[in-house]
Write a protein that binds this ligand. Structure first.
Ligand code: HEC
Length: 203
């Protein structure tokens, strides 16, 4: 494997047969390709042919798109099953109201979105006082969730479900559950008395 000096003085390896092609002093040698390189080339061709035959000729396996849609459908079924097994009940909302991060997020939403009508301390302004034990549309956690989600458009309470999305609505309801029955002085009570202490399960 002695190196030779080309005409222009550059060093060129001289281990393969010279093809006789010379381009401005750059000679073409017909070197043997390394075995590992040949093996990966042949391997890629064989694999590609087998892959193409399997998926495109015989359609023996699902395409990536079909596999993706199957996985998506399975995830949707799993989510639905989970929802059916654990509907968002009063207990879940009460549990959320005990999580500081959830309540903090709900408080932020309340102060940016609801305070204009319900007051900065939820003491009532255009909308009712949300800190008393009286509720026009029901004081159960799931009832409050329903009121906030669907609103009472005829009475000036907007429909927040589509605006905020389910997660933020749940967070703001969790926040409301931490301030109900705190009786911040403000708008006088409206609606029916809902007593947490005697509500089913204390919810
Ligand atoms: C544009 C003013 C306005 C905004 C903004 C508003 N509300 Fe209201 N809200 C009202 C009014 C008015 C009512 C009373 C509806 C009625 O009399 O039936 C009400 C009622 C409610 C009730 C039912 C109270 C009860 O006694 O049953 C809840 C709960 C409530 N709002 C939560 C919220 C939350 C949470 C937000 C923010 C995401 C919000 N509201 C934003 C005006 C508003």
């Amino acid at each position: 494997m002695a190196d030779t000096l080309a005409d222009n003085g550059a060093v060129a390896p001289a281990d393969g047969p010279d093809t006789g092609h010379d381009y401005d002093g750059i000679r073409e040698l017909d070197n043997r390709l390394p075995n590992w390189w040949l093996a990966s080339l042949v391997g890629a061709i064989v694999f590609g042919f087998a892959y193409w035959t399997y998926y495109q000729v015989f359609h023996a396996g699902p395409t990536e798109m079909a596999a993706y849609h199957a996985e998506l459908a399975q995830a949707e079924r799993a989510a639905k099953a989970l929802q059916a097994a654990h509907p968002l009940d009063d207990a879940t909302l009460v549990a959320m109201s005990k999580k500081p991060a959830v309540v903090a997020a709900g408080s932020a939403t309340f102060h940016s979105t609801c305070a204009a009508c319900h007051g900065a301390n939820a003491q009532g302004l255009i909308g009712p006082n949300l800190t008393d034990a009286y509720w026009i549309h029901g004081g159960r956690p799931t009832e409050i969730l329903h009121t906030v989600t669907s609103g009472v458009p005829a009475k000036g309470m907007p429909t927040w479900g589509p605006v905020l999305g389910a997660t933020r609505v749940q967070q703001v309801v969790a926040y409301l559950l931490t301030i109900r029955d705190t009786d911040v002085p403000g708008k006088p009570p409206q609606g029916q008395l809902y007593q947490t202490a005697i509500a089913p399960g204390g919810k």
